[in-house]
Design a protein around this ligand. Structure first.
Ligand code: NDP
Length: 463
């Protein structure tokens, strides 16, 4: 039998790669993981973690306003971007260090180098020039921001990668896209006092989410001071006469001037130069690595997890896929991760928490469904000049009354959806929701107190 340098070689030390490498090593496999940048991956270094710090930073603006309704008087609030940015990046450094330490503690060799496939079992380390061999290979290289093809002057735009490192807070920010990143950052920067404009090619942001959620978030974006231009795309970006500013032209004829232009138009699987052809690994038309339910690629001993496979591009999903991979390959228990009913959050302000099917998808999949929804003003805002609204919605399959979707927009929605996601994953019925006693006074009690089915006023009685 051939001898290999490693039982497992992982390419990419992000959430999926680190979890798989640690668990494989703890299962007795000789394991190495290569990382070309810093351990932690997108989530820790340039994604979820610093993004959430930015959401916290931005949300103080509203807290200060609300405080006045509760009798507080405050001086003029000032925001110091460099101080905040450095504190945030310091925490990112600390977490990246913890990832490296956890790998070492689990006995994984961390190779700080770019790794590329040189053959079915061979991996070339670019900086050192070494080639190593592995019995099994895991590709966990994640994704990279895409740049719309043919956009003139795209090089003048930045992406979410660079937003965390800005030298100064811009005066203006123009952001392209209407997905997670565009919506989250538009409100972050608007909250920090930046004049922000979001350009979306569709009519309502957050395509793929429940339509009520989309409409609610779209309105809230505008409420929070973001200028939203729909049915529009960038046609060019060029330096403007004003030092440090750019002129952004849209296909609608609109012309904008801004000192920060951001592309948040999706992310692509990161496979460039990875040597997939050399190893015989197939990719899909989308550029994602083709895998089966066990995360196995077209080559028997090469696996891939996380965003590079473009299944459900979320950190906890990459981690679950990694855990299933280790069960399958190193613990003799073939395990396919079940991608159903994954709860997720969008950290807009207020945030979204969502699990299961949207109303439209539920109708498509199940035919007759019952909807329960409530739009109300949470208690916290009632003493303030501008009370917030909150949306809660249950999507129930009529046939057996199983709750197949829950959608929430409002403060604490991500925290609430984590708990209610258990109930949806467990396929509980509306009656079982109702059997749970309310916790009072909370916003979440609405989930167990909605009794009246919502009747769509646009449908006739006969329908
Ligand atoms: P999304 O896929 O969420 O959104 C991309 C947006 O860009 C969509 O509105 C899309 O429009 C638009 N778009 C795509 N191509 C073009 C183009 N050529 N010109 C103009 N607009 C375009 O991607 P994001 O970049 O926002 O986020 C990437 C991924 O990162 C997400 O899918 C998510 O999985 C993950 N993420 C998760 C977060 C969380 O869990 N809270 C936070 C941030 C990111 P259209 O709707 O018409 O397709």
């Amino acid at each position: 039998m051939a001898d290999f340098d490693y039982d497992l070689f992982t390419i990419g030390a992000g959430s999926g790669g680190v979890r798989a490498s640690r668990l494989a090593s703890l299962s007795g496999a000789k394991t190495a993981v290569a990382e070309e940048y810093r351990p932690g991956g997108t989530c820790v270094i340039r994604g979820c973690v610093p993004k959430k710090f930015m959401v916290y930073a931005s949300s103080f603006a509203k807290t200060f306003r609300q405080a006045q309704g509760y009798g507080w008087s405050l001086g003029e609030a000032q925001f110091d971007w460099p101080a905040f940015r450095d504190a945030m990046l310091g925490e990112v450094d600390r977490l990246s260090g913890i990832y490296a330490k956890n790998l070492a503690n689990a006995g994984v060799e961390l190779i700080e180098d770019r790794a590329e496939l040189a053959g079915p079992h061979e991996i070339r380390l670019v900086k050192s020039g070494r080639t190593v061999t592995a019995r099994n290979i895991l590709i966990a290289t994640g994704g990279v921001p895409n740049r719309p093809e043919g956009l003139a002057g795209a090089e003048h735009a930045i992406t979410s990668n660079e937003l965390f490192h800005l030298d100064t807070l811009p005066e203006h920010l123009v952001i392209a896209g209407g997905g997670y990143i565009a919506c989250e950052f538009a409100q972050v920067f608007a909250g920090l006092g930046v004049k922000t404009c979001l350009i979306y090619r569709g009519d309502t942001v957050l395509r793929g989410f429940d339509d009520d959620v989309r409409a609610f978030v779209h309105e809230q974006l505008k409420e929070s001071g973001v200028r939203v231009i729909t049915h529009a795309v960038f046609t060019s970006i060029e330096p403007s006469a004003r030092e440090g500013f750019y002129t952004v032209r849209l296909d609608t004829g609109d012309v904008l001037e801004s000192d920060a232009v951001v592309l948040a138009t999706g992310r692509d699987p990161y496979t460039a130069g990875l040597g997939l052809e050399a190893a015989g690994v197939e990719v899909l038309e989308s550029g994602a690595i083709k895998v089966d339910a066990y995360s196995r690629t077209s080559v028997d001993h090469i696996y891939a997890v996380g965003d590079v496979t473009n299944r459900v591009n979320l950190t906890p999903v990459a981690i679950r896929e990694a855990m299933a991979f280790v069960e399958t390959v190193f613990r003799g228990r073939p395990t396919a991760y079940d991608h159903g009913d994954i709860a997720s959050a969008v950290f807009t302000q207020p945030p979204v928490g969502s699990v299961g099917l949207s109303e439209a998808d539920a109708r498509r999949q199940h035919g007759k469904i019952d909807i329960y929804k409530s739009k109300f003003r949470p208690m916290k805002g009632m003493l303030t000049a501008k009370p917030d609204w909150m949306l809660m919605k249950l999507v129930v399959r009529a046939e057996d009354q199983v709750v197949v979707g829950v959608h929430i927009v409002g403060d604490d929605a991500p925290e609430i959806i984590q708990a209610v996601g258990i109930a949806v994953k467990a396929k509980l019925t509306k009656a079982q929701f109702d059997a749970a006693c309310a916790v009072h006074p909370t916003v979440a009690e609405e989930l167990v107190t909605m009794r009246e089915k919502w009747v769509d006023p646009t449908l006739s009685a006969a329908e």
